[in-house]
Write a protein that binds this ligand. Structure first.
Ligand code: SF4
Length: 139
């Protein structure tokens, strides 16, 4: 044990960043999917296409004002994502797109979870309910 400690003391830090992380990703690399919440319609197509359950959309919430859109929470867990790209293929409005960003290491698990609130179309997703406008709700 003492030999290991003295050896570590003498050599210091001898690890370095992997070469692959130093420059741009090789052409054709599939990295994490990125979300453009303004393009998203919250229909849940990505959630249904995801083979690992990395994407979850929450229940539709009514709009905050009469002219507003109903919205629903969107959650993408990069810790469960395998970068397969099925969500981006299933996304009609191209709100999800694959990037070349694959270096996602972090010290905190929660840093791997993307949370957003997206517009919700009526009838979208497995647990979606109709998305009434606020004025219709008061009737
Ligand atoms: S890339 Fe694949 S695993 Fe990752 S969120 Fe999209 S469908 Fe799910």
């Amino acid at each position: 044990m003492w030999r290991i400690i003295t050896w570590a003391w003498r050599t210091g830090v001898i690890t370095a960043a992997p070469r692959a992380l130093e420059g741009p990703a090789p052409a054709g690399t599939k990295g994490r999917p990125a979300l453009d919440p303004e393009r998203c319609i919250g229909d849940g197509a990505c959630e249904r296409a995801c083979p690992t359950g990395a994407i979850a959309l929450g229940p539709v919430a009514p709009p905050e004002h009469a002219a507003g859109l109903a919205r629903r929470p969107f959650r993408l867990d990069y810790g469960a994502c395998i970068f397969c790209g099925r969500c981006a293929e299933a996304c009609g409005p191209a709100a999800l797109r694959m990037t070349e960003d694959y270096a996602l290491s972090t010290r905190r698990r929660e840093d791997l979870v993307l949370r957003a609130t997206v517009p919700a179309v009526a009838g979208g997703g497995a647990d979606a309910r109709p998305a009434p406008r606020a004025a219709e709700e008061t009737k």
